[in-house]
Design a protein around this ligand. Structure first.
Ligand code: AP5
Ligand code: MG
Length: 222
């Protein structure tokens, strides 16, 4: 299956995608994580993309689309991909459809994780990120067992520089400006589902799995 998780900054896309990709055995492809990994490795993509991420702006489509589609086509994504943070613009959504069609795949489901703004702020400002593999924690909602250390790989936890102040505000403005077009695009294709993301991590996971299983059942019948 190829599934998209759509949601504002802090909605829980990464948290859920980390779990669901293991349960469903499909590859988690997160555009933000790809950029942050590129920054650590100082790749050519990093040199071009970093100034946009640092300002909370979208990285231009001509850099983002090839970077993400490359991962969607990898052998690891042969059984499908769980896309987190992509597509964020209509042009990205169309490019994704074209590419999937070319390789005889298609988006099965686009799920919008809806969370109220004040909760998004609480989640974003308390988030802790693992340096080595971008595992996600929260100082209150999901504290690491050992302070400052990732439980899964032992690496240092840090606060993302784009999780504070004006940069965080800018990310929200851009998200809410762009998302309507993307939601409409999948709604018109009858692929859009909404899930209430303002529940515990386990409850949200259960609701997402429910939507995914329903979609699978529909496809099996068709
Ligand atoms: P990106 O990294 O994709 O950031 P984002 O979309 O803004 O989303 P976040 O990662 O902030 O939130 P999330 O939904 O993953 O939440 P999480 O699970 O961590 O993008 C960063 C930048 O890269 C962009 O600003 C842009 O510059 C660039 N970029 C990326 N994609 C692009 C694209 N397609 N086009 C152009 N540019 C692009 O959870 C948040 C916190 O809440 C965590 O602490 C977690 O523990 C906690 N939490 C999660 N769920 C719950 C719950 N149910 N209850 C309580 N706490 C919870
Ligand atoms: Mg994320």
């Amino acid at each position: 299956m190829d599934i998209i998780l759509i949601g504002a900054p802090g909605a829980g896309k990464g948290t859920q995608a980390e779990r669901l990709s293991q349960i469903l055995r499909i590859q988690h492809v997160a555009s933000g994580d790809l950029f942050r990994k590129a920054f650590q490795e100082q790749t050519e993509l990093a040199l071009k993309a970093q100034r946009y991420v640092d300002l909370g702006e979208l990285v231009p489509d001509e850099m983002t689309i090839p970077a993400v589609l490359g991962h969607v086509e990898e052998p690891e994504s042969l059984h499908g991909a769980l896309l987190d943070g992509f597509p964020r613009t209509l042009a990205q959504a169309k490019a994704l459809d074209e590419e999937l069609q070319r390789i005889h795949r298609q988006i099965d489901l686009a799920i919008y994780l809806k969370v109220p703004l004040e909760e998004l702020l609480r989640r974003s400002t308390g988030r802790l990120f693992c340096y080595a593999n971008q595992h996600v924690y929260h100082d209150t909602f999901r504290p690491p067992p050992v302070a400052g250390r990732c439980d899964l790989d032992g690496s240092t936890l840090y606060q993302r520089p784009d999780d504070t102040g004006e940069v965080l505000r800018r990310r929200f403005v851009i998200f809410f400006n762009e998302v309507t077009q993307v939601l409409d695009y999948y709604r018109e294709q009858l692929k859009l589902r909404e899930v209430d993301g303002n529940q515990s991590i386990d409850q949200v996971q259960a609701m997402l799995l429910n939507e995914i299983n329903n979609s699978r059942r529909r496809e099996t019948k068709a």
